[in-house]
Design a protein. Structure first.
Lengths: 203, 102, 129
């Protein structure tokens, strides 16, 4: 993976999170403690500040460094969750990925790390409701994996609206969490779209 | 007051004592912590019982002592077995009679 | 400080964390080391992995450390902090599934008696059972 491509992915991911931080906060104010947008913004701004250094590393090391930056800077539960995902993906990426299988194998480790860190599974109104279907979509041969990933992210995100939250702060709301998109699922969908769009040359 | 000052083994009769809790709020959190800390300093098995409750509980368990909900004016029975049982009961009675040192 | 399990209190709020630590010191005494941290890296409500690590480090000893946390992110960030410093920890470090104030007082009381880390955690967790 060329450094220019990594830099493009990094820049686009940061841009999308910053551009949608207010929406993430609004979603989180409905069912959480209202800081998801602020926390994600802080974390990805910290990545942006180190973009030069991060993108000069091999992809595996770059993901681990980005993940560690999120862990140290975010301050909410999304720090360790996204941080663990990036770190696990980076550790799995012992060589630069050059196929859909390589990316799927790395993402599989990342999704496992999120499940473990959050003691959670898909279906509990969390980021896993986006990441698990996205992994399933690219973990099989398909003509258009990027589009499959985007569609899986969108469907997964939409499905969180009718779910009852049983994990995280939203679980305190019980039935009242139903009817709202999960902010973590939304931020995951933003990341998936950003990466897919860059890989496809659309961003 | 302490009935027996002699050392006892687990098989023999326990050393026993009794004291009245005088703090207006009873054996609340802070005295309960003091009592369990004192009890933990002894090797003997130490149990207490509130006069309104028939159950003996482990005096070294802060949770059990707090959940006993001892009220002001309640008489607490203390019994201990094993090494240092006599001094343990005497020290427990003394702490309660000193009103847990304020 | 090495003969007792130490206590670390991690809250979203530095005031809550400090208050809980004050209660432990006043109720249980000073023989058990207590460290606290609260607030995110910018000082807002939240938790900070680096600050959690610093708190654990400040009281770390061979008997281990019992960590008391408040809401969600405090637990997740504490787990992350502990995993990241696994190499430098002498005794074990465990997170107690207990209310932060009551759990801290119970854990410290048990620790004051010289109990091992497992017993300290069990006593903290027993509070709600």
């Amino acid at each position: 993976m060329a450094p220019e491509l990594m830099r493009a992915i990094c820049d686009e991911v940061v841009t999308r999170i910053l551009a949608n931080a207010d929406e993430l906060t609004d979603l989180d104010q409905a069912i959480g403690d209202g800081d998801h947008g602020i926390n994600m913004k802080r974390g990805f701004e910290a990545i942006a500040a180190q973009a030069e250094e991060i993108c000069g590393l091999p992809p595996g090391a770059a993901l681990q460094k980005a993940g560690m930056t999120l862990v140290m800077k975010i301050g909410g539960a999304s720090g360790p969750l996204y941080g663990s995902m990036f770190i696990a993906m980076g550790k799995a990426m012992t060589a630069p990925p050059d196929s859909q299988e390589d990316l799927a194998a790395s993402l599989a480790e990342g999704v496992e790390a999120v499940k473990k860190r959050g003691k959670s599974q898909a279906g509990e109104k969390t980021m896993l409701d986006v990441m698990v279907p996205v992994l399933a979509a690219i973990d099989q041969p398909t003509d258009d994996p990027l589009n499959a990933a985007r569609q899986a992210a969108d469907r997964g995100l939409e499905a969180t609206k009718d779910m009852l939250a049983t994990k995280g702060r939203a679980s305190f709301l019980g039935e009242r969490s139903i009817g709202h998109l999960d902010p973590g699922a939304r931020s995951s969908a933003l990341l998936v779209h950003a990466v897919c769009d860059v890989l496809e040359g659309r961003a | 007051m302490t009935d027996a000052a002699q050392e006892t083994s687990p098989e023999t009769a326990p050393v026993t004592g009794e004291a009245v809790v005088r703090d207006p709020t009873g054996l609340h959190a802070r005295p309960a912590v003091k009592l369990t800390k004192l009890a933990k300093g002894f090797d003997a098995t130490i149990e207490i019982r509130d006069e309104r409750n028939d159950r003996w509980i482990n005096a070294k368990s802060p949770n059990a002592v707090m959940k006993l909900r001892v009220a002001s004016g309640d008489s607490l029975s203390i019994r201990a077995r094993g090494a240092g049982a006599g001094p343990a009961v005497a020290a427990m009675v003394a702490l309660i009679e000193r009103n847990f040192d304020g | 400080m090495s003969e007792h399990v130490a206590i670390v209190i991690v809250s979203h709020s530095p005031d809550v964390a400090k208050g809980a630590a004050d209660m432990v010191r006043q109720m249980v005494g000073s023989e058990v080391s207590v460290a606290w941290c609260g607030g995110d890296p910018t000082g807002q409500l939240g938790t900070d992995v680096a600050a959690i690590q610093a708190a654990i480090r400040s009281v770390n000893g061979p008997m281990g450390v019992a960590v008391l946390v408040d809401l969600g992110g405090a637990e997740t960030n504490s787990e992350m902090a502990i995993e990241m410093m696994a190499d430098e920890l002498q005794g074990g470090v465990v997170i107690c599934n207990a209310p932060i104030v009551e759990g801290a007082v119970m854990a410290a009381t048990e620790a004051a008696g010289g109990a091992a880390l497992d017993a300290v955690r069990a006593t903290a967790e027993e509070f709600l059972s």
